[in-house]
Design a protein around this ligand. Sequence first.
Ligand code: AMP
Length: 178
Amino acid sequence: VAAAHPDAETLRGLIRDIPDFPKPGILFRDITPLLQDRDGLKMAVRAVADPFRNEPLDYVLGIESRGFVLGTPVAMELGVGLVLVRKPGKLPHQTIQASYELEYGTDTLEMHADSIGAGHRVLVVDDLIATGGTARATVELARKAGAEVMACAFLMELTALNGRQRLDVERIHAVIDY
Ligand code: AMP
């Protein structure tokens, strides 16, 4: 287990807990106070990017929507480009898809079919890992395209849900544990 990031507790203090959102029983971890704090925003981006600074990476894969917000500056911080992983019907060109299970039914994520391929090393970024279904589908997309998933990086992890066990990825980085 990696040591806690030195800024983890400062960042935790900028995240707001909203009970019963978007539905009863869910404790929503709201990062909007963190995003609007100029120091917190910078700190969060750096904390997510830190372990990968000397790593050979080609792209960050950002997962809609909060994975775009964090993934874009993380990609800039690491000096690589950004690939969008989106909900169905949003990307204009030909796509590949991966589906994952929700509590009721399934959901699908898409990526442009020509965006990444064999020989590309990617980092998957989202704000939070809960059950791991969203990140798992994204890893599947990257591998379908022939790319190598170097790691997954999150600002927050809900450890009780064991999402990291569902990800068949060696390196999983999360700044703040709940
Ligand atoms: P999962 O696929 O279960 O790992 O869920 C992760 C996705 O759902 C991420 O894109 C999160 O933004 C969102 N999410 C799940 N649970 C929460 C939560 N308690 N607070 C905020 N976002 C959440």
